[in-house]
Design a protein around this ligand. Structure first.
Ligand code: ACO
Length: 428
């Protein structure tokens, strides 16, 4: 008779252990009973980089990497990208359900009303060197915002927590846009509560300050789609960082700063910037064969390709490709698109990439669109951090409500020296 258990035989002792299977997983703590001697610590699982470890249960986002599926709260990403705007998707991610018309109107007006940054933030922005990396500014000002909201450390109070989740969601756009204004020597522009979240981001970036600002609808829509696609992606490096930092019950501003720092790295959210540098380095379609040779030799990576979880076409990359066409109708075609499309064509047909299941990820085309929107390359990771703030906060709140979670504290396998005799400095 079949049973939802796993029998483990320890060949050191000959003992059998039966541990429960739940959702195709076993609980790592069930291994602890496996000992050679009663005084032993017990068996652990060893999993550097969490390649096969579920750190949490979650009901927010499903990524089925083998089949190229991404869903927020059970809704396919393509439906959300086609039919909602960023704030509607954010509402879904936070609340688990799509809003009705009244709730959506109230949500939009509440977030729009919270987008303006307190005076201290532009003052801090002005202190950064103009050539500083915008992600350094985003990380710092997200944490600085926390110093202006000391009650946010009351993370177990639901009303306080929810208020700061909304505040961070609303203000993330300004943290990105205001640093850009600073680099351009331009005065900061307040958000307009009548505009959408994406529209306000464009306003805070580009408005010359006189009269009303009306974003181009195609560009506003493209930005909405990009924000939706980046809003959450389950337990990636940044989100795991958010949960880990948040598990100490620190305030969400500090945790978002930490998650953003994780995202900054070139193997994570920094990849879209790296894609653009790569396309610039290639420069022309005629140089692609030499570039691909060096990738095949392992001398460099094809940035924007490959993913720890997707071993199929990243569904976000497909949607972004179609958005690119709408953007280029307004802005004119970016010649880098031709290089990118040729790289993709070659890679999808070559053994090196097929054998390793390397497909374009979300970052392969996003940078080209951001560039067409006038966003400087150095800001691309900020464009990821702004919408991902929603995912970080939703995952963080879920973690705080999960009675099985405690402060994150992995184990190690210690392989270092033991019981050495101390040598006084004059004898070393
Ligand atoms: N170009 C060329 N070869 C690659 C690439 C790539 N982009 N990605 C992986 N490989 C090769 C590796 O060299 C390795 O080959 P080997 O088996 O011969 O040694 C094999 O594929 C497996 O690679 P790993 O690094 O072990 O795969 P991992 O799952 O750890 O890495 C990662 C995933 C970091 C995304 C990787 O594919 C990569 O560096 N891609 C480029 C950077 C990038 O686009 N990052 C964005 C990810 S999406 C995101 O964070 C939003």
């Amino acid at each position: 008779m079949s049973k939802d258990t796993l029998t483990i035989k320890d060949n050191r002792t000959g003992k059998d252990y039966e541990v429960p299977i739940w959702e195709d997983t076993i609980n790592a703590m069930d291994l602890r009973q496996i000992k050679v001697n009663p005084d032993d610590f017990g068996m652990m699982s060893y999993d550097p980089a969490f390649k096969n470890t579920a750190n949490t249960k979650s009901t927010i986002t499903l990524v089925d990497g083998d089949n190229g599926v991404l869903q927020y709260r059970g809704y396919p990403i393509s439906d959300l990208a086609e039919n909602t705007d960023f704030l509607e998707t954010a509402y879904l991610i936070f609340n688990g359900e799509l809003p009705d018309a009244d709730s959506l109107a109230a949500w939009r007006s509440e977030i729009s009303g919270m987008m303006a940054l307190p005076d201290a933030i532009p003052a801090i922005m002005n202190a950064f060197p103009k050539d500083a990396h915008p992600m350094g500014a985003f990380v710092s000002t997200a944490a600085a915002l926390g110093t202006l909201n000391p009650d946010a450390s009351n993370v177990l109070d639901m009303d306080t927590r929810w208020h700061h989740m909304k505040n961070l969601t609303a203000k993330a756009a300004g943290l990105g846009a205001y640093f850009y204004r600073h680099t351009q020597d331009k005065d900061f522009v307040a958000p307009d509560p009548k505009l959408s979240y994406a529209g306000n981001f464009l306003r805070m970036m580009y408005h010359d300050g006189s009269g009303d600002y009306t974003p181009d609808p195609a560009l506003e829509r493209a930005l909405n789609v990009l924000f939706i696609l980046h809003a959450d992606h389950e337990q990636n490096c940044g989100t795991t960082t958010m949960r880990t930092i948040g598990s100490s019950q620190v305030d969400p501003y500090s945790a978002v700063a930490g998650a953003a720092a994780a995202l900054y790295g070139p193997l994570h959210g920094g990849a879209n910037e790296a894609v653009l540098r790569m396309l610039d380095q290639i420069g022309d379609v005629s140089k692609i064969p030499a570039f691909m040779d060096s990738v095949r030799k392992g001398e460099q990576r094809l940035m924007g390709f490959g993913h720890r979880v997707y071993k199929n076409y990243d569904p976000r990359a497909k949607i972004i490709k179609s958005v690119a066409d709408d953007v280029f109708k307004v802005t004119g075609r970016n010649p880098k698109l031709d290089i990118a499309m040729e790289l993709e064509k070659i890679a999808l047909n070559e053994d090196y990439f097929i054998e390793r299941k390397l497909y374009p990820n979300v970052d392969f085309y996003s940078g080209i669109i951001y560039q067409a929107l006038g966003i400087p390359t150095k800001m691309f990771t900020v464009m990821f951090a702004i919408p991902r703030t929603v995912g970080w906060l939703a995952q963080w709140s879920e973690m705080l409500d999960d009675s099985e979670q405690k402060i994150a504290r992995p184990r190690q396998v210690y392989l270092g020296a033991l019981d050495r005799e101390f040598v006084p400095i004059e004898k070393r």
